[in-house]
Design a protein. Structure first.
Length: 393
């Protein structure tokens, strides 16, 4: 008998996997059925149909599941991102199993400085949205924030800054309130890659400063691992945070903390449950013909709307800020001033701040563990020069 050749093992394994996938996919397998009330339906015609068969087969067969779980498909954020629950303090523990599962992943004990700002130029802001899919909410408001995440399930510790629009998806009785992020900076490549490729956040790299000044005049860097941020925040009198990119300070946020009598616990983002609708694409300049939805290699697809849900669980006091100011500067590759009424390159000014607050909070990925792909983004969005420079440079 001929000896088994190790060189034939990969081919035999692939054949076995293909047969298992075919057999399992042929059976009546369960769908996701997560019961979440989300604006986007699961794609009924995926651009790579074979991928759906693999996932269905993995649900049906423990062997296929074991093989799939050991590939990058199960760890899209790279090594070290295997699903592992983050511990939640006993005081924060959910009352039931469903809620506990909802808080499975997250960004724990995040310090977030968030301002609500008025959108001064609705036309410029609308140019940042995928046309015919999202519209600005009637309040013409944006959230501008800088955050420090001391821990995250995917990417370790990092800073983040973003502009987030209040938007509406759909119309009439079916209209759904959501959030859309057209600009975001981080200071870790892991977070940048994961956020852009998986969740549609147009992340780029920046340099951050985030300090709290206590009542006795000590200035504390919140990213110092030896610092008890909650303790410092309870004694803080002032906050200063900024983000710089390529030598330009793009965003600077400052304010004085109100005293404990005004403290309360409320979300730092819009709601306790935040539905983000971003644009997912790995192709900055995709084919302009929207009718060409796929090719044999499952590449070259037009961008699609992608939905991801963040549940926010606040466990510490939230403080309002007085004398709050948000100063913004734009450059050629970060034209972030346009929606706020600033024209031209390297111009900017103070935003019309409606309110600013700071607090320690927790973000979880909600009932939807993976993003949901929605409608195809029409031609002209990614191809627009301003949007291209904003998102990808």
């Amino acid at each position: 008998m001929r000896a088994f050749s190790i060189t034939r093992a990969p081919a035999l394994l692939a054949l076995a996997l293909a047969l298992l996938v075919h057999a399992a996919a042929a059976r009546d397998v369960a769908t996701n059925g997560d019961g979440t009330r989300l604006p986007l339906a699961r794609a009924s015609d995926p651009s790579c149909p074979w991928l759906g068969n693999v996932l269905d087969a993995a649900r049906a067969s423990p062997l296929v599941k074991g093989l799939v779980q050991r590939t990058r498909m199960a760890a899209p954020f790279g090594p070290g991102s295997w699903p592992a629950p983050l511990e939640v303090d006993d005081a924060d523990a959910a009352d039931d199993a469903d809620d506990a599962d909802r808080r499975r992943f997250g960004w724990k004990r995040a310090l977030v400085l968030a301002a609500k700002a008025r959108v001064a130029d609705a036309a410029a802001a609308s140019a940042w949205l995928p046309k015919n899919l999202l519209t600005l909410s009637d309040d013409l408001a944006a959230t501008v924030f800088i955050a420090w995440y001391p821990d995250s399930f995917c990417c370790g510790a990092y800073h983040e800054a973003a502009i987030v629009f209040d938007v509406t998806y759909g119309g009439g009785d079916d209209a759904v309130d959501a959030l859309h992020c057209p600009w975001m900076l981080v200071d870790k490549d892991r977070s940048m890659i994961a956020g852009r490729e998986i969740l549609g956040f147009p992340k780029k790299l920046g340099e951050f400063a985030f300090t709290l000044t206590t009542e006795d005049g000590a200035t504390i860097d919140v990213s110092d691992p030896s610092v008890d941020v909650a303790d410092v925040l309870s004694r803080a009198a002032r906050v200063d945070a900024s983000v710089t990119r390529e030598g330009a300070t793009l965003l600077n946020m400052t304010g004085a903390l109100t005293k404990k009598g005004f403290a309360r616990r409320e979300p730092l983002l819009k709601d306790e449950r935040n539905v983000f609708l971003n644009v997912q694409t790995n192709h900055p300049l995709p084919p302009a013909d929207a009718s060409k939805t796929r090719d044999p290699a499952c590449l070259g697809n037009r961008p699609r709307l992608v939905q991801f849900v963040f549940d926010e669980v606040v466990t510490d006091d939230t403080y309002d800020l007085k004398d709050a100011a948000v100063a913004l500067t734009q450059t050629k590759t970060d034209s972030i001033g346009a929606p706020f009424g600033f024209k031209g390159i390297e111009t900017g000014g103070d935003l019309d701040v409606l309110g600013m607050k700071i607090g320690i909070t927790n973000f979880y990925t909600g009932l939807e563990g993976t993003p949901t792909l929605g409608p195809t983004v029409p031609s002209g969005f990614i191809e627009n020069d301003d949007v291209y420079w904003l998102r990808y440079q």
